[in-house]
Design a protein around this ligand. Structure first.
Ligand SMILES: [Zn+2]
Length: 494
């Protein structure tokens, strides 16, 4: 877009501009130039002038928990208002390779990665070379070889791998602890110690809670809180909704007490009752389902939509393709008590909205990744496409929070959570002059998720425009086919 006399590429004119940090909530024009917000005011004009009266104009959403790397999935996230999607819980190792690959492919939205404890452990304990992808983890998810207790030399080796990733700008350390229940609590504390030394957060998928597995080596929640207290690390507790299930109040109570005592612990949740992971996960073994109050029929095999009928069928599916995705009924969205719990995980002070967005899985040979709209043979968890719009609907349109409060959970608070280690995030999550032009424009009366468990790739409704670094990736509600303005987000190593 050609700059005009006033130097601006674009003006979004007459929208309701909301910036939770400054408290601004007023009709304003927003001028964008060179990938930044150049001015916020009234009477601003440029040749690239778009009328957004009646629409909300605010900072794009920052998703701290996205496993998506395919173009189709990233587009679904963009259509849900996401302008930055970070792979922090699983992480990827080596991170330098992941950043390189993403840059080569080009992405519509900003990206970034934590180091992966699980991949580092697979290498150190089981001799499996890491390849910087979630696929490498999924393929080995059920392999007991990487889940066993580690020898001291193996712990040293995995810590060295993680340290090397941190030196490359990894955003922290992702710890899929719940997938390797044989890991010693001491190893986890060492990982937290490394994070504390490097001044970066950890992002943990908690170990089993003691209510579920009385013989667990440590209570999953107590262990996170202990790591924060003993090492001083910033511990981020991933998806408290799904790993806590009906123990959400106990877990959040524990977190609140630790926070009050001075520990840096943060939380996130996604607004769905069901989870999704690889069917080969240790906690989905037929003999272990009862721990979570589940049975085989609580599982839907995503590639075919099959409800798993029996323990024998579950064994068969786990054997055939352990990394195949499965939807797991954890909380019942139609049960008022469960819904209340889910809402508490989202409204907990400081809890951020994070999607746990999943890669697309296919019921037929995958289509060309550039194909849009997605064919019906592409399937995912509805959280991939709908988390942020659904949060706005449940928390604000139908719920207790103001629009600014919900928006803070989607953009400002995720930016603040990481910005000490990632100075670039000081320029995101804000709609103010000088900030990155990562902007979402939406209709506050119409915004809603449309993806469901049956139709998991329906894009959200009500999102009008999405800009990433000043370039449209969504315009007039539709995907801009060639747009790849996403840039890397990296930590600045100490
Ligand atoms: Zn997880």
């Amino acid at each position: 877009m050609k700059a005009q006399a006033n130097g601006w590429d674009l003006v979004l004119r007459g929208g309701r501009v909301i910036d939770p940090e400054s408290g601004l909530d007023a009709v304003r024009d927003v001028a964008v130039t060179n990938g930044r917000i150049a001015a916020v005011g009234t009477g601003l004009t440029a040749k690239g002038d778009i009328d957004v009266a009646g629409q909300v104009v605010t900072a794009g959403f920052i998703d701290l928990h996205s496993h998506v790397s395919d173009l189709g999935g990233l587009r679904l996230q963009a259509l849900d208002g996401v302008t930055t999607a970070l792979e922090l819980e699983a992480g990827v190792t080596p991170v330098a390779q992941a950043y390189r690959r993403a840059a080569e492919q080009g992405r519509p939205i900003n990206y970034g990665f934590a180091a992966s404890w699980a991949l580092a452990r697979m290498e150190a304990v089981a001799g499996l070379p890491p390849d910087a992808s979630l696929g490498a983890f999924m393929a080995r998810i059920s392999d007991p070889a990487w889940q066993r207790p580690a020898e001291p030399a193996q712990v040293s080796m995995l810590l060295a791998r993680l340290a090397a990733d941190l030196a490359e700008g990894a955003l922290g350390i992702g710890v899929l602890l719940g997938y390797a229940p044989g890991t010693s609590p001491a190893e986890y504390q060492r990982v937290a110690g490394l994070a504390a030394e490097a001044g970066v957060p950890t992002f943990t998928h908690a170990r089993d809670l003691i209510e579920m597995v009385p013989a667990t080596l440590a209570d999953g929640a107590e262990e996170i809180v202990r790591a924060a207290a003993e090492t001083g690390a910033h511990m981020h507790y991933c998806h408290v909704n799904s790993t806590s299930q009906r123990h959400i109040d106990r877990v959040l109570g524990l977190v609140a007490r630790a926070q009050a005592a001075g520990s840096r612990i943060t939380t996130e949740a996604y607004p769905y009752g069901s989870g999704m992971t690889g069917i080969g996960a240790a906690f989905l073994a037929p003999e272990r389902l009862g721990e979570r109050g589940l049975s085989p029929s609580s599982l839907t095999y995503a590639p075919t939509g099959e409800r798993v009928a029996s323990p024998a069928r579950l064994r068969e599916l786990r054997q055939a393709d352990p990394g195949a995705l499965v939807i797991i009924d954890l909380l019942r969205e139609d049960d008022p008590a469960d819904r209340t719990l889910l809402m508490r995980s989202l409204t907990f002070p400081g809890a951020v909205v994070a999607s746990d967005a999943m890669p697309l899985t296919w019921t037929a040979p995958p289509a060309d990744p550039r194909v849009w709209p997605l064919p019906p043979t592409a399937i995912t968890h509805p959280r991939t496409a709908g988390t942020f719009s659904r949060a706005l609907r449940l928390l604000t349109r139908e719920g207790p929070l103001s629009l600014a409060e919900t928006l803070a959970k989607c953009s400002l608070e995720p930016a603040r959570l990481l910005q000490d280690q990632v100075p670039a995030l000081r320029q995101k999550g804000r709609l103010r002059t000088g900030a990155d032009a990562d902007v979402v424009v939406f209709d506050p009366a119409a915004i809603t998720d449309r993806a469901s468990y049956q139709h998991s790739t329906l894009p959200s409704a009500g999102i009008r425009h999405v800009l990433v670094n000043g370039a449209f990736v969504v315009r007039d509600g539709g995907i801009v086919a060639e747009a790849r303005p996403g840039r890397p987000v990296r930590a600045e190593p100490r």
